[in-house]
Design a protein around this ligand. Structure first.
Ligand code: NAD
Length: 350
């Protein structure tokens, strides 16, 4: 297995493997950058088919967190952790406590939080072993509502830029994935008067949105081809690819999913086709903004006000993309890299 030369590695500062025989813990922490502050990023627990897959995932996600925190203007770097194993069958209190001790041994260079396969209740357990966890039940809790609000803000900004409309009344939005983020996003959109088209692999999730918000149910295969203004991917990564891009009828792509572009060239292809892409890590930064502000003790209302900053940031990216005739995904990367090159020095005492 090659690591240092792989494109996912991208100059990670540190990659640490951890294990604990008694609890069965096997984990990898990727610390991509601490230039702007301690590396902040969730812990994903997943039944990876191989260690190579787990390593690839942690590297990709950790690098993404560096860019996400930098563009969001947070005094944090980027990191991520993966625990190898099925969370439904392998996650025990002992395993979580062993993981907490492992995180603590890193001395604050990495701060963990909830992600796929881990919960707010898990963070409460980690807290018993380390100061370097965030997102507790008596703190910022589940970051999904803040993420949904950020995506809603991103959609409003993109609609205004692309369609010249300041309100969402009658704007058609195709939402893929009605999970934690997708459901709250649908609620915001419905309240704003948008017309919803929704899909999920779980029919009951779709039924709820159809019932509550008058959404139209769409099959998972047909969601890309819906005659909508906005396509909002809120389920999986790599959904913008050679196969789906041909089907897209929306003129805006803005959603919560991480790593929406299968490859960077798909961002360029969206641009070439005149489809405005709100770069994923800019649009979905609400959750990390929420977690990063936990220690400040801000109210949810104040955090959502900060999350609204995603709007002006995106606007800046859209305008620069137009001016420089450059895809939005490239402009967002440049913005992040500019902020990283400036460093920050504002190390937060964790
Ligand atoms: P979730 O697991 O609660 O919801 C995902 C939903 O997508 C589920 O209902 C699932 O059934 C559905 N789904 C899975 N495969 C599908 C398919 N092929 N077609 C349609 N639906 C499908 O996850 P979430 O917390 O809502 O997050 C959604 C996405 O946003 C994920 O990619 C996540 O990584 C990303 N994200 C989430 C947050 C957050 O705060 N939760 C923050 C940043 C990014």
């Amino acid at each position: 297995m090659t690591v240092f030369v792989s494109s996912d590695f991208d100059h990670h500062e540190q990659v640490i493997f951890g294990s604990h025989r008694e609890s069965g813990l096997r984990c990898i922490v990727g610390i991509h950058s601490t230039v702007r502050g301690p590396a902040l990023g969730g812990c994903r627990m997943w039944d990876y088919p191989s260690e190579a897959e787990a390593l690839r995932d942690v590297l990709r996600l950790s690098r993404g967190m560096t860019y996400k925190a930098a563009v969001a203007g947070l005094p944090y770097g980027g990191g991520k952790a993966v625990i190898i194993g099925n969370p439904r069958t392998k996650k025990t209190g002992a395993l979580l406590r062993a993981f907490g001790k492992f995180i603590d041994s890193l001395g604050g260079r990495y701060i963990t939080a909830e992600d796929v396969g881990t919960t707010v209740a898990d963070m409460d357990i980690l807290r018993k072993e380390t100061r370097f966890a965030r997102g507790f039940s008596d703190g910022s809790g589940n970051p999904s509502p803040a993420t949904a609000y950020g995506v809603f803000t991103a959609i409003r900004t993109a609609v205004e830029h692309k369609l010249g409309r300041r309100d969402l009344t009658g704007i058609k939005v195709a939402v893929q994935g009605i999970g934690n983020v997708g459901l709250t996003l649908c609620q915001y959109l419905a309240e704003a008067g948008a017309e919803l088209f929704v899909t999920d692999v779980q029919p009951e999730a779709v039924d709820e949105v159809v019932r509550s918000f008058g959404a139209t149910a769409i099959t998972t295969d047909e969601i890309y081809a819906v005659d909508a203004d906005v396509f909002a991917p809120c389920a999986l990564g790599a959904v913008i690819n050679d196969h789906t891009i041909e089907q897209l009828r929306a003129s805006i792509v803005a959603g919560a999913a991480n790593n929406q572009l299968s490859e960077a060239r798909h961002g360029e292809e969206l641009w070439r086709r005149g489809i405005l892409y709100a770069p994923d890590y800019v649009a979905n930064a609400g959750g990390v903004i929420d977690v990063a502000n936990e220690e400040s003790g801000f109210s949810q209302k104040k955090v959502l006000k900060i999350v609204e900053g995603i709007g002006p940031t995106l606007k800046q990216i859209f305008v620069r993309a137009d001016t420089d005739k450059t895809p939005t995904c490239v402009v967002a990367d440049r913005l992040a890299e500019e902020r990283l090159s400036q460093g920050h020095g504002a190390m937060i005492a964790a």
